[in-house]
Write a protein that binds this ligand. Structure first.
Ligand code: KIV
Ligand code: ZN
Length: 500
């Protein structure tokens, strides 16, 4: 059996399905190019029939990326496959990922079908996709809870129909690692066309019980040769298996004898780019890419690491692209330094956009001494608000201990100016009340997260918000050295979304 594991990245499909993580096409292209530089084998670029945005993104990513295979998701439905084929037109290497639910509850409640009908629909979809592309991946949704014997029948039928990859998703994140490993082993032993490499098995694990990485590893150890993963483990609910965890497990445990094509030094910049563009903070203790992943705080550990890093570190931070000595940018850094740092972070800008970003960079560098990669990513994304109808012109807040906070705010709405003032329990409360005097809608703040300041009191504070309006939740983001302004900007970001 081959000792090469294919990395199938679904950050732009399963990851992007997460509420609040939606990217526009330009941002998706940035991520796709970064994934290409990282060395992923397959990029799942979207679910073309689901929306015109997804359709268009698959087209543009297909044009922008050369080396990896571009994959489009479909249901086992002809119309879905037709649309996917159209969206993949420009891809140099293309794959259709089609499938159907195979567990008892999917068969009974979702499809109201028989076991045989599900196999017929699966086979028909694979055969139909094969008319247009050579590389067809089949997914058996909820395979984690599907009886192994029946699953083997489904997989055998689709392999005969021409599937080149069969995906065994643990859709609900329910399986135990041993159980999932045995499932893969069972299929490898009972399905013709797997052990000879005619078709490879793929893992697609969700993290509902915190076992996605363990299950993926169990699958690989039992014969799966493709792993479906996302950057930072983002994805529906508790997320998907993290790309960085699988890549580093295989790198650190050489005795397993399985390699990937991942350039691990690109892991950290890719993680920062995805986190920043998707406004999805990485938990500080996240393996490999969390802020604390290589931070030794206990005296005993620090002493050991200073004497010999291997005492407590199983991998070198530089192996994942964390360079503590990387040059920080300051107000004295020129255009070229900013451009270089942006490129390292996976962002190519037009000269015009670079000029604008450089202006914003100088402005920020006046307010804080050292500009970090997170700041640069935030500045690079700043013009995402350029098309917003509602903009914050000014905000003035008086606050302190023993006094009620008072805020005065100025907004421009489609170019027209508005002003208001209000008092509140604190500066953010006062500012949002003033905002609501102008925007007279029934909106409720549901979630409000201020990201911890990591490097000094002059750092940029980042705010994530969820606002409910008209029965729907809207996600907003704001970043500013002034945390009250960042909060109001996040609120305004939400308003701009529901004004559309
Ligand atoms: O989790 C899942 O089952 C999926 C499939 C659509 C592949 O995402
Ligand atoms: Zn999934």
């Amino acid at each position: 059996m081959s000792n090469r594991l294919f990395i199938f990245d679904t950050t732009l499909r399963d990851g992007e399905q997460v509420p609040g993580c939606q990217l526009n096409t330009i941002e998706k292209i940035q991520v796709a190019k970064q994934l290409e530089a990282l060395g992923v084998d397959v990029i799942e670029a979207g679910f073309p029939i689901s929306s015109p945005g997804d359709f268009n993104s698959v087209i543009e990513i297909s044009k922008a990326v050369t080396w990896p295979t571009i994959c489009a998701l479909t249901r086992a439905v002809q119309k879905d496959i037709d649309v996917a084929v159209e969206a993949l037109h420009y891809a140099k290497h293309k794959r259709i990922h089609t499938g159907i639910g195979t567990s008892e509850s999917h068969i009974k409640y979702k499809f109201n079908a028989t076991h045989e009908e599900i196999i017929e629909r699966a086979v028909a979809a694979v055969k139909y996709a094969k008319r247009y592309v050579e590389d067809v991946e089949f997914y058996a949704e909820d395979a984690g809870r599907t009886d192994n014997e029946y699953l083997a029948r489904v997989i055998e039928a689709v392999v005969k129909a021409g599937a080149t990859v069969c995906n065994i998703p643990d859709t609900t994140g329910y399986c135990l690692p041993q159980e999932f490993g045995e499932k893969i082993k069972y299929l490898m032993e009972h399905v013709d066309g797997l052990s000879n490499g005619q078709c490879i098995l793929s893992t697609h694990c969700h993290n509902d019980l915190g076992m996605a990485t363990a299950n993926t590893m169990a699958g690989i150890l039992n014969g799966a040769r493709q792993a479906e993963v996302t950057i930072n483990g983002i994805g529906e609910r508790a997320g998907n298996t993290s790309l960085e965890e699988i890549a580093m497990i295989l790198k650190c445990h050489k005795s397993i004898g399985i390699d990937t094509n991942i350039n691990t030094q690109r892991i950290y910049p890719t993680s920062r780019l995805v986190s920043s563009l998707m406004n999805m903070p990485v938990q500080p203790n996240k393996a490999i890419v969390g802020r604390n992943a290589f931070a030794h705080s206990s005296g005993i550990h620090q002493d050991g690491v200073l004497k010999n890093a291997q005492t407590y570190e199983i991998m070198n931070p530089k192996d994942v692209g964390i360079d503590e000595n990387s040059i920080l940018l300051t107000a004295r850094s020129g255009h070229a330094a900013l451009k270089h740092r942006l490129q390292v972070l996976g962002i190519d800008m037009s000269d015009e956009a670079l000029d604008k970003t450089y202006g914003a960079f100088l402005h920020l560098a006046d307010q804080k001494k050292e500009i970090t990669d997170d700041d640069i990513l935030m500045l690079a994304g700043a013009d995402r608000t350029a098309t917003h109808a509602v903009k914050l012109d000014y905000l003035q807040v008086t606050t302190g201990k023993g006094v009620r906070s008072v805020a005065a705010i100025g907004l421009s709405i489609s170019g027209e100016k508005f002003e208001a003032a209000a008092s509140g329990n604190g500066p953010v409360d006062a500012a949002i009340k003033a905002l609501k005097v102008i925007i007279r809608r029934q909106m409720t703040l549901k979630e409000f997260t201020i990201q911890a300041i990591s490097k000094g009191s002059d750092d940029v504070g980042k705010v994530h918000m969820q606002v409910e309006y008209d029965g729907r939740l809207y996600y907003g983001f704001g970043a500013n050295t002034d945390i009250v302004t960042a909060s109001v900007e996040a609120y305004i970001d939400c308003i701009n979304k529901f004004k559309k």
